[in-house]
Design a binder for this molecule. Structure first.
Ligand code: C2O
Ligand code: CU
Length: 464
């Protein structure tokens, strides 16, 4: 389905391929004299973008004049300083999904910072402790702002170069556009009360079925980041072997083949692809989440073979996350349910005005100034088990801000012992996860199907 006008190739001449260079809108710069700080400005504003065939989509939101949103890259341990300048006609904030940072930088209105009003600015400064694939998005009127385009990638590069030949970041998401290429209503309440409302146009880096060049015979790192508000991708690869080396920003000790991998809203998968030796051969990443599989991206082997071997791939260094002490960990049950209770519509951050969902029987839209009790209070430095129990017939990607947790067990399936910030919990499944409460503050915990988040499936845990 890729039309040639939408097909643009990444560069290649012998160096690293950066998807941010493809998009041509990197805002990151190193400040002279302050080499350890990478600075960027993100200015959310309304713009137009060629998303569908036959014309520009109006009323797209982007972080700057151009779309897609820029890919920010920073080295592990270096400081990132981002100025948010709000060019929208409504308030916004930025949340740094998966980054373990101080609470004041977490971007949740009312809970962690004031709303950033139109024409106002807010400076975010933090030191990402973990290397991996992360992303950023608003946490105010989130369904509208994210659906219209405000989802960008944040790549934290390993302090020591892991030695791949190319690195391509892919932002996977849908758009709800009508036949005329313009936005239609962003959700349907009947779907909100079920799995969520799907988009009509599916893109990778805002393009449909794009092609990228990758060095022939190389080990190319693909960062697949699902920033869609609803869709759980089912990813597979054709034309070459692919190994999953990290999930949700955290390295796997033992890489696994990419084969029908479920990646839900908010989640990420880093894949190493051994590109074929023959110039012009294609590798295709496909998504089997819908009845007609979608081409996520095609990689075209370019140049003479670099003759790399998948066996050269060493596990990435582990991130510095504290290991929970299971012998002392108290268990906190968290039940995800449907609800009939009504919540009040927020005047401030445009929730959807319905309540369909709840955590521990309490529906909360997650961005309101009303006093709301935490789901649990945790003591700094202690270990805890969160018992995530999905008592609904739909999957929910449950996301925690500020701390990473380890998957312990499911009552339904075998789980890899990975660190993550977002666990996809299937219908009727219970997953236990463990963490050390090592970050002070009020940390949001919510479903990352944004309609579910904004119709009650939100809460927060307090670490004191
Ligand atoms: Cu991507 Cu509150 O999260
Ligand atoms: Cu959900």
């Amino acid at each position: 389905m890729a039309s040639s006008s939408l097909t643009r190739r990444a560069v290649l001449a012998g160096g690293t391929v950066l998807a941010s260079a493809v998009a041509g809108n990197v805002l990151v710069s190193k400040l002279a004299g302050a080499r350890e700080t990478t600075r960027a400005t993100l200015e959310p504003r309304e713009t137009e973008c060629a998303l569908a065939e036959g014309g520009m989509t109006r009323n797209v939101f982007s972080y700057g004049d151009r779309a897609p949103a820029p890919v920010l890259r920073v080295k592990q341990g270096e400081q990132l300083g981002v100025r948010l300048r709000n060019g929208l006609s409504e308030p916004t904030t930025i949340h740094w999904h998966g980054i373990r940072l101080p609470i004041a930088m977490d971007g949740v209105p009312f809970l962690t910072q004031p709303l950033v009003q139109p024409n106002e600015a807010f400076d975010y400064t933090f030191n990402p402790p973990d290397a991996g694939s992360f992303w950023y998005h608003p946490h105010c009127n989130s369904l509208v702002q994210m659906s219209r385009g405000l989802t960008g990638l944040l790549i934290v590069e390993e302090a020591k170069d892991p030695g791949f030949d190319a690195d391509i970041a892919l932002n996977l998401r849908d758009w709800r556009l009508g036949d005329d290429g313009q936005f239609i209503t962003l959700y349907a309440p009947r779907q909100t009360a079920r799995a969520g409302t799907y988009g009509t146009i599916r893109t990778t880096n805002w393009r449909r079925e794009p092609d990228y060049d990758a060095p022939a015979g190389s080990l190319t790192r693909l960062r697949l980041v699902v920033t869609d508000v609803t869709r759980v991708y089912k990813l597979a690869i054709e034309g070459a072997p692919g190994l999953v080396i990290a999930l949700d920003g955290n390295p796997l000790q033992k890489p696994i083949p990419l084969d029908n991998l479920a990646v839900g809203p908010g989640q990420r998968a880093d894949i190493i692809v051994r590109i074929p030796d023959t110039e012009g051969a294609y590798v295709t990443v496909r998504d089997f989440s819908s009845p007609s599989p979608l081409t996520v991206a095609r990689l075209r082997a370019a140049g003479t073979s670099r003759k790399r071997a998948l066996g050269d791939v060493k596990p990435l260094p582990q991130n510095p996350i504290a290991e929970p002490d299971l012998s002392t960990a108290a268990t906190i049950p968290l039940e995800f349910t449907a609800t009939a209770e009504q919540i009040e519509k927020s005047k401030y951050c445009g929730d959807l005005g319905y309540s369909f969902w709840a955590i521990n029987s309490t529906p909360w839209p997650g961005a309101s100034p009303d006093p709301q009790a935490p789901l649990a209070e945790l003591k700094l430095g202690r270990s805890y088990i969160l018992g995530l129990h999905n008592r609904t017939p739909h999957p929910h990607p449950i996301h925690l801000h500020g701390m990473s947790f380890k998957l312990l067990r499911s009552d339904k399936r075998a789980l890899p012992p990975i660190w993550t910030d977002t666990a996809l919990v299937y219908p009727d499944e219970r997953i236990d996860v463990a963490l050390v409460a090592d970050n002070l503050g009020d940390w949001l915990l919510h479903c990352h199907v944004i309609e579910h988040q904004e119709t009650g499936m939100s809460g927060y845990i307090r670490v004191t």
